[in-house]
Design a binder for this molecule. Structure first.
Ligand code: GLY
Length: 292
């Protein structure tokens, strides 16, 4: 589908900055794959974002562990890393797994070794702000996991090729080695280059339970618009968890015709859509408590 109007969309209002970097790549003949990687990396490297990449709050041991995954709709290839320590951005390492390995998913020490072998630079990953936050947490009688915003990015380039990326530092104070939905193909992201893609943010466990991103793509394959597909999945998630809707989750979706959609369990989810270089922040449809 050549001469498609390029588009990039990302979770949360901080996605606008990510979109801008991805848009610059799209405008300079970059592919959708380049755009989603560049966009996700902008958020990962933002030290003020406390739930993604460098700047992400640490786990129970005070260590930042990153998760990320990427899918190239043109080739159908995918790559992911999880529980990665010592690197400020994980998305480019996930892309390297996709491009260099017969494997799809590499975790923990193996992911670290892989990154070093491919020349990624090991760095301190705990910002002064995160270290102070962690010290405060330790003063509390009890600590519980929380905070799980994720950068999820979908794009389609002028050639009609699509890609998706998803990256997070996961929940703060999470169990050492806990992995959420973000690097899990089918849960935090999925894409079929001929149909469309989806990516999400929120409490990862709830997305894993319903293979949410995969389900949204299958709903689109069966004829639903991206909007209706997101709504149907969020409704399923809410029904599955009745009556304890004590979590937030949101998905965004893009189909091969360039149509977008978004839905969330609760109010408060925003996402950024960039077409023709213009970023627009939108609020999602809510299909949680108010809907049931
Ligand atoms: N959605 C990010 C996480 O739960 O880790």
């Amino acid at each position: 589908m050549p001469n498609q109007s390029p588009i990039i969309l990302s979770t949360w209002s901080f996605g606008a900055k990510a979109n801008q970097a991805g848009w610059d790549a799209l405008s300079n003949d970059g592919t959708a794959l380049d755009a989603v990687e560049i966009a996700a990396r902008v958020t990962e490297l933002d030290p003020d974002n406390t739930s993604v990449g460098y700047g992400g709050y640490p786990n129970e041991h005070g260590i930042v562990q990153l998760d990320a995954a990427i899918i190239d709709g043109k080739t159908g290839k995918m790559g992911a890393v999880a529980a990665l320590e010592g690197f400020r951005s994980a998305i480019s390492i996930a892309r390297k797994v996709m491009e260099e390995e017969p494997h799809i998913f590499v975790v923990g020490d193996g992911a670290r070794e892989f990154a070093m072998k491919h020349g990624f630079k090991e760095e301190n990953t705990l910002t002064a702000q995160s270290a102070a936050w962690y010290a405060d947490q330790l003063k509390k009688k009890e600590q519980s996991p929380g905070g799980h915003d994720t950068i999820g990015v979908l794009s389609q380039d002028a050639q009609g090729d699509m890609a998706v990326a998803c990256a997070t530092s996961g929940m703060s104070m999470k169990w050492n080695g806990r992995v959420g939905d973000s690097p899990l193909i089918g849960a935090g992201l999925y894409l079929d280059g001929k149909i469309g893609g989806a990516t999400g943010t929120g409490t990862g466990e709830r997305a894993i339970e319903v293979c949410g991103a995969f389900a949204i793509v299958e709903f689109m394959r069966n004829g639903l618009s991206p909007q209706k597909a997101c709504e149907k999945l969020i409704t399923r998630m809410v029904e599955r968890n009745q009556p304890a809707i004590d979590f937030q989750f949101a998905y965004i979706a893009l189909n091969a015709d360039g149509a977008t959609g978004a839905a969330s369990v609760k109010e408060g989810f925003q996402y950024a859509v960039c077409r023709a270089g213009q970023n627009e922040i939108r609020s999602s449809a809510v299909y949680g408590i108010d809907f049931m």
